[in-house]
Design a protein around this ligand. Structure first.
Ligand code: ZN
Length: 281
C-alpha cells in the first residue's frame, strides 16, 4: 500500500522549522501538485528552486527518515502559475503512475494534500471570525480572541470485503471518474461503531445482511481527508443483490478464479481483493 515505505519512516511530529535549500516544497493548485517531469519519473521541487517564487509562506509538515532525512514544507501563500519547466500534475492521475520511488512520492503528496486542505479550510475562526494563528509547539490552529483550538480533521471510512464462500462482492461506482472494480465503502456516521458502518453500508448499497465482521488493515486516504479501515465479513442469509443506483453502477459476486484484477501495491481495496483471490482470507 502507498504508506508502506520501509526502510524509510514517516515522521509527522510537528516542529516550527525553517526551510533549508535542499528541503522539498509541496505547492498545490486546486487538486494538482507542482513537480518536475522527466521521461519516466517525477520529483518534487526543492526550496532552492522555488524560493524566489513563493514569498517564504512555508509551513513545515513532516519528514521522511532514512539514510538522509528529508524535510517537507507546504506553501500556504498564493501558488505561482508555474516555475521554470515544472508542471502541475493532477492528483487523480497519480494512482496510475507506477514505480517504487514514485509510490513514496505519491504517499507524500496525498498526506501533504490532506494538510493543505485542512490549512486552507481553516483561515478564520468558525466562532468569532478572527484570523486563526498556528501553535508554536503542535499542529493546532487557535483563536486568540475566543480561545477555540482546531486540530486536523480525519474522517473515518470503511472498505468492505463481503464474502460468500468462494465469492466476494465487487462493485463499480456510479458517476465517478474511477471506473474500475471496487469494494463497498462508506464514511462512518456520527453515533455508530465502524462495525455498524459496515452493516449499514452493505445494506444500503447492496441490500445484504452480513455477519462475522473482522478488521483487516487501515490506510490513510489523504486525497479525501480520511482514514480507511478495511473489514472482511460474511454474507448472512439471502445473496440477492439490490444495488443503490445513486452510489453504484453495478455489484456482483465473483469467485476467486474469476476476479479480473490484481493487487496494485497502492490501495487497501486492491490488497484486500488480492488477499481474497489468493485464498488467504
Ligand atoms: Zn474565535
Amino acid at each position: 500500500m502507498i504508506q508502506d515505505i520501509y526502510p524509510h519512516r514517516f515522521n509527522n511530529s510537528y516542529k516550527p522549522k525553517t526551510a533549508a535549500e535542499n528541503d522539498y516544497i509541496l505547492i498545490f493548485k486546486n487538486r494538482s501538485v507542482l513537480v518536475h517531469k522527466y521521461a519516466d519519473d517525477y520529483s518534487l521541487p526543492k526550496y532552492i528552486e522555488v524560493k524566489n517564487s513563493v514569498n517564504d509562506k512555508l509551513r513545515y509538515i513532516f519528514s521522511i527518515e532514512g539514510e538522509n532525512e528529508k524535510n517537507y514544507f507546504l506553501l500556504y501563500g498564493e501558488c505561482p502559475d508555474s516555475i521554470d519547466k515544472m508542471i502541475y500534475l493532477p492528483l487523480s492521475e497519480m494512482r496510475y503512475i507506477k514505480g517504487r520511488s514514485f509510490k513514496e512520492m505519491y504517499y507524500i503528496v496525498c498526506t501533504a494534500f490532506h494538510l493543505y486542505k485542512w490549512y486552507s479550510d481553516n483561515i478564520f475562526c468558525g466562532g468569532c471570525s478572527e484570523r486563526l494563528i498556528h501553535s508554536d509547539n503542535q499542529r493546532m490552529l487557535m483563536c486568540c480572541k475566543c480561545g477555540r483550538e482546531i486540530y486536523p480533521r480525519i474522517s473515518p471510512a470503511v472498505i468492505i470485503g463481503v464474502t460468500n464462500g468462494d465469492k466476494i462482492l465487487m462493485s463499480k461506482y456510479a458517476g465517478r471518474a474511477y471506473k474500475g472494480y471496487a469494494l463497498l465503502a462508506g464514511f462512518a456516521e456520527i453515533g455508530e461503531t465502524l462495525e455498524q458502518t459496515v452493516q449499514r453500508e452493505v445494506m444500503e448499497e447492496a441490500g445484504l445482511r452480513v455477519k462475522n465482521i473482522r478488521y483487516y488493515k487501515s490506510q490513510p486516504g489523504g486525497i479525501d481527508g480520511n482514514i480507511l479501515a478495511g473489514f472482511f465479513c460474511e454474507l448472512d442469509g439471502d445473496d440477492t443483490i439490490t444495488i443503490d443506483k445513486t452510489e453504484l453502477a453495478e455489484a456482483n459476486w465473483y469467485s476467486r478464479a474469476d476476479i479480473p484484477i490484481e493487487d496494485d501495491g497502492y490501495s487497501l481495496t486492491r490488497e484486500m481483493i488480492g488477499v481474497f483471490k489468493n485464498g488467504k482470507i
